[in-house]
Design a protein around this ligand. Structure first.
Ligand code: KIV
Length: 275
C-alpha cells in the first residue's frame, strides 16, 4: 500500500485473473515524469529495454545493461503507486543459465522494488522461467518478434508467416506459460496467430502488433505520443505529435530570447524597468 493514498498496487496475479475479461492496458515508461503521467490510466507499466533505442539512440536493444535497467526502474517506481511495474531484463543478463538469471533478476527486483521481470524467449527459456518463478520472481515472457534477436531475424521483421514458424511460436507461448510465466507479450506476429495463442494458453497475452483479441495491449509511450521519430512500425498508432509541440516551443523560446522579450518582468526578481 502507498502510505500517502492507501492505493493498492495492481499485482501480476490480479492481471492473471483478468484473462478473457476487460483488456489489460499497458505502456512503457523509462522515467519518473512519464510514470507519474500514465500511472492512473494503465494497469501495467513496462520499463522496457527499448529505452536503449528511444532514450539513448542505440540502433538496437543489445547495448542495454542491468545497471541502466535498475536506474530507470527506480525512477519509474518513484513515479508510480498504482500500476504493476515490470522491468525488462537486458540482453546477456539471463540467457546463460537459470542461476545467472536468478542473480540478475533478484538484483533488479531488490533494487527497484518492481513487481516482476520480463525476458525474451520461448521453449529455450522455459527452464529458466520455471527456476525463477519457483524462487519467487514473477516473470512476464515475450515471444514472436523478440527485439534482442534482431540479428538472428535479419531485422525487425514480423514473425510466424509460415505454418512451421507459426507452430514454433505457439510452442514457445505454451512452453513459457507451462513454466509459470504470469503473462506473455506477443510481438509482431500474424494476426490469426495472436488470436490462436490467446485462445490456447491460460495466462494473459499482451499484444504489440499481434491482435485486438489479445488479453491486453502494450505500446512504447514515446511512439504513441510522437516522440520517437526514428522509425514507426506498422503496429504503432500516434495519438499525439509531441515532436512538433516541442519544436514549436523551442522555436518560440529562441525567438523571444533573441528579441529580449523573455524573460519578461514577471520572470525576474526585483525588476526595475528598462535600463
Ligand atoms: O522493450 C520494450 O519496450 C518492449 C515492449 C515493446 C513490449 O519489450
Amino acid at each position: 500500500m502507498s502510505k500517502a493514498t492507501n492505493t493498492r498496487r495492481i499485482t501480476l496475479t490480479d492481471l492473471v485473473d483478468r484473462k478473457g475479461q476487460d483488456p489489460i492496458v499497458c505502456l512503457t515508461a523509462y522515467t519518473t515524469s512519464i510514470s507519474r503521467l500514465i500511472d492512473d490510466h494503465v494497469d501495467l507499466i513496462l520499463v522496457g529495454d527499448s529505452l536503449g533505442m528511444v532514450l539513448y539512440g542505440m540502433d538496437s536493444t543489445l547495448g542495454v545493461t542491468v545497471d541502466m535497467m535498475i536506474a530507470h526502474g527506480k525512477g519509474v517506481m518513484r513515479g508510480s503507486e498504482k500500476a504493476c511495474v515490470i522491468v525488462d531484463m537486458p540482453f546477456g543478463s539471463y540467457e546463460e543459465s537459470p542461476e545467472m538469471a536468478f542473480r540478475n533478476c533478484s538484483r533488479v527486483m531488490a533494487e527497484t522494488r518492481c513487481s516482476g521481470v520480463k525476458l525474451e524467449g520461448g521453449v529455450e527459456m522455459a527452464e529458466t522461467i520455471s527456476f525463477l518463478v519457483k524462487r519467487g520472481i514473477p516473470v512476464v515472457a515475450h515471444v514472436g518478434l523478440t527485439p534482442q534477436s534482431v540479428h538472428a531475424f535479419g531485422g525487425f521483421k514480423s514473425q510466424g508467416k509460415t505454418d512451421e514458424a507459426a507452430e514454433r511460436i505457439v510452442a514457445d507461448a505454451k512452453a513459457v506459460a507451462e513454466a509459470g510465466a504470469s503473462a506473455i507479450v506477443v510481438e509482431g506476429v500474424m494476426e490469426p496467430l495472436g488470436v490462436r495463442i490467446t485462445e490456447e494458453i491460460n495466462v494473459p497475452t499482451i499484444g504489440i502488433g499481434a491482435s485486438p483479441q489479445c488479453d491486453g495491449q502494450i505500446l512504447v509511450t514515446e511512439d504513441l505520443i510522437g516522440l520517437f521519430a526514428e522509425f514507426k512500425p506498422k503496429f504503432v498508432k500516434r495519438y499525439a505529435q509531441m515532436d512538433e509541440m516541442i519544436t514549436t516551443a523551442v522555436i518560440g523560446y529562441k525567438d523571444e530570447v533573441r528579441a529580449r522579450t523573455f524573460p519578461a518582468p514577471e520572470h525576474c526578481f526585483g525588476f526595475k524597468g528598462d535600463k
